[in-house]
Design a protein around this ligand. Structure first.
Ligand code: ATP
Ligand code: SKM
Ligand code: MG
Length: 181
């Protein structure tokens, strides 16, 4: 794998950070939200894959989840030095308290939610998310989600995306951002 990011500058806090469990729509909503706000868009998972030169599945298989988490923290440090950006995080990016601290400083944190039922429906047949493979029963996935609830709750705004279109979610967030940033 290629080297790591070296810059880490304090952010001016004018970003929008999307957090949430796998399949809540961070990447999909983030891309459109950035367009709507006239911000740039960054996807933490895509950034990690781009730097590593291999897929998330391969990072997990070859180096383990712990190494992925290290790369994730490095990517967060890098992104926290930017401004005017919508950042879609990976589903587990908020687990580490230090990551949450950095993301909070980077800007408004918006947490997307959806019931497990909705998530399972959205991610049916997905092969790109290693934690879906290793938690391959609804019970295991529910436990993973429940264990992260406090970390997801650490946000400026929480939006239940179930039953809402991507456009609806984007509008809700854009309104909040215009009022609070
Ligand atoms: N509001 C929505 N309504 C219906 N489908 C949605 C909605 N938001 C996202 N989706 C669909 O759910 C799937 C997963 O979305 P997406 O990849 O954006 O999730 P994510 O939160 O970025 O997941 P991860 O944490 O794994 O990166 C996609 O197929 C997307 O089109
Ligand atoms: O929920 C998680 O821990 C993950 C979610 C994805 O976005 C990726 O970051 C990776 O598959 C791990
Ligand atoms: Mg994503």
């Amino acid at each position: 794998m290629r080297g790591i990011w070296s810059i880490s500058v304090p952010s001016d806090g004018r970003n929008v950070v999307l957090t949430g469990f796998m399949g809540t729509g961070k990447s999909t909503v983030g891309k459109l939200l950035a367009k709507r706000l006239g911000y740039c868009f960054s996807d933490l998972d895509a950034l990690i894959v781009g730097r590593a030169g291999i897929s998330i599945n391969e990072i997990f298989e070859r180096y383990g989840e712990q190494r992925f988490r290290e790369l994730e923290t490095e990517a967060i440090r890098f992104l926290c030095g930017v401004s005017g950006r919508v950042v879609a995080t990976g589903g587990g990016a908020v687990i580490a308290p230090r990551n949450r601290e950095l993301l909070r400083k980077a800007g408004l944190v918006v947490n997307l939610t959806a019931s497990l039922e909705v998530i399972l429906c959205r991610l049916k047949g997905d092969r790109e998310r290693p934690l879906l493979k290793s938690n391959n029963t609804p019970e295991a996935l529910a436990a993973l989600m429940a264990g992260r609830e406090d970390a997801y709750a650490d946000a400026d705004l929480r939006i239940d995306t179930a039953g809402k279109s991507v456009e609806d979610v984007v509008t809700e967030i854009a309104t909040f951002v215009r009022e609070h940033q």
